[in-house]
Design a protein around this ligand. Structure first.
Ligand code: ARG
Length: 463
């Protein structure tokens, strides 16, 4: 059998060249070229460390640093030619380096393996992605808080079971979204904190025989410390799973927001108007203005959940240490990050332009006897036990239904036949304004409480 080496990285051991389909099947450069800048940063740190430790000469170190800078520029300018035969981003860059600077390029891989290299790259990528996601979450929160401030006094129905339950303010409802995003940001920050350890120096799996300084490379790359176990360092992908889990929860929240926007924007509700530039029309029904942006965000939630399950399944039952399976970690992670960033951006841009239809919200808040609980609470204040009060109010609602009227328009004489505890002042409790203003405690819907939380949120977002 003739010796045709397609791959100089391991050709020495092989008697025949890789099958063409297998080469394409195993290659990852089509997607892992996304890691080029991270890969170069890792190589710079590794080479500088080898020079300091006397493993590489100063001259080699300088040639490598200059060569990597030039390659980084080529890639940034889109001039770099990626070769599938060179399998992945790591070998493409290393080969180019050797083409440019000669033998020094061949010495870069001393004391290193693609296993610790890729683990480092993907951590650097995830760390930077989390920074961007946190920035977009903040931008969306600011948009929500600004709208909440504008609508702090706007009364709308609060729902349970999608039935009108009790009046709330639109500002209060919006600030509930803000709180969801506070937790999302916390989950991403936790993930960032735990992932910030350097796998570099773990080499293939067991470490290396060269006198390396893993603390130096960790510090150079902004990691808090090197990973403590070389086997774990090259095989751990928890951080990718955690990032995707945080993303899945975030998307769950965005899909809930999307759903409410879609319902509120519907002709039956008309609580809000989405700006035209975030909607599209129908090619057949001229009257249509469709809420495509929230619908797409809701729809994209599925793929992000899918990526989380893909990664969990990818890692399931993998024996230590590195397995080629791990090459499959990248596309789900990249697509998760891209999807989440796009959805956050779409909402952050759209939400400030939402028009609230205050009259429609107010009208809907009054329907459905939404102040019934307020009447019960009124009776309790007058000495009636809550269960008895509940019964009395039930009868009041029944009466109002029979007469096709509302609670606050039932005459006092009729109300008093239901309970003598009811006095003239009951009507204050039956108005929507009375109802929301009465919920005046921390976390309640009273506009003073909502405004206080908005103030805190604004201060937090400014830092
Ligand atoms: N492209 C590989 C990956 O993404 C790089 C590591 C390859 N290591 C190996 N032993 N084949 O995981």
């Amino acid at each position: 059998m003739h010796k045709a080496k397609t791959n100089s990285a391991w050709g020495g051991r092989f008697q025949e060249s890789t099958d063409a389909f297998v080469a394409a099947f195993t290659a990852s450069v089509g997607f892992d070229q996304r890691l080029a800048q991270e890969d170069i940063a890792g190589s710079r740190a590794h080479a500088a460390m080898l020079v300091k430790q006397g493993v590489l000469s100063e001259a080699d170190g300088e040639a490598i640093a200059r060569g990597l800078d030039a390659i980084a520029d080529e890639i940034a300018r889109g001039e770099f030619v990626w070769d599938t035969a060179l399998e992945d981003v790591h070998m493409n860059i290393e080969k180019r380096l050797t083409d440019r600077i000669g033998d020094a390029g061949k010495r870069l891989h001393t004391g290193r393996s693609r296993n610790d290299q890729v683990a480092t790259d993907i951590r650097l990528y995830t760390r930077a992605a989390i920074e961007r996601i946190l920035g977009e979450i903040r931008r969306l929160q600011a948009a929500i808080v600004a709208l909440a401030e504008r609508e702090a006094e706007t009364i709308m129905p609060g729902f349970t079971h999608l039935q009108v339950a009790q009046p709330v303010t639109f500002g209060h409802h919006l600030m509930a979204w803000y709180e969801m995003l506070v937790r999302d940001a916390g989950r991403f920050r936790d993930c960032r904190e735990r992932l910030n350890q350097s796998p570099l120096g773990a080499a293939a799996l067991a470490g290396t025989t060269y006198p390396i300084d893993r603390h130096m490379t960790a510090a150079a790359l902004g990691f808090a410390a090197p990973c403590a176990n070389s086997l774990d360092a090259v095989s751990d992908r928890d951080f990718a799973i955690e990032c995707c889990a945080a993303a899945a929860t975030l998307m769950m929240h965005l899909s809930r927001i999307a759903e409410e926007l879609i319902i509120w924007n519907s002709a039956a509700y008309r609580f809000i108007d989405l700006p035209d530039r975030f909607c599209t029309g129908s090619s057949i029904m001229p009257q249509k203005k469709n809420p495509d942006v929230p619908e797409l965000v809701r729809g994209k939630t599925g793929r992000v959940y899918g990526h989380l399950v893909a990664l969990l399944t990818l890692m399931k039952s993998q024996p230590l240490a590195y397995n080629k399976d791990n090459q499959e970690d990248k596309e789900p992670l990249f697509d998760t990050v891209n999807t989440v960033l796009a959805c956050l951006r779409a909402f952050a841009d759209m939400i400030p332009a939402i028009e609230a239809n205050r009259e429609a919200m107010y009208r809907a808040a009054g329907a459905g006897y939404s102040t019934a609980t307020d009447l019960a609470d009124y009776l309790v204040r007058r000495g009636v036990a809550f269960r008895d009060a509940h019964e009395i109010v039930g009868r009041a609602v029944h009466l109002a239904i029979e007469r096709h009227t509302t609670l606050d328009t039932l005459p006092l004489t009729d109300l008093r036949t239901l309970s003598p505890a009811i006095g003239e002042d009951v009507y204050e409790s039956l108005t929507l304004e009375g109802s929301i203003n009465a919920r005046d405690h921390f976390g309640g819907t009273a506009p003073v409480q909502v405004k206080a939380r908005i103030q805190q949120a604004k201060e937090k977002l400014q830092n």
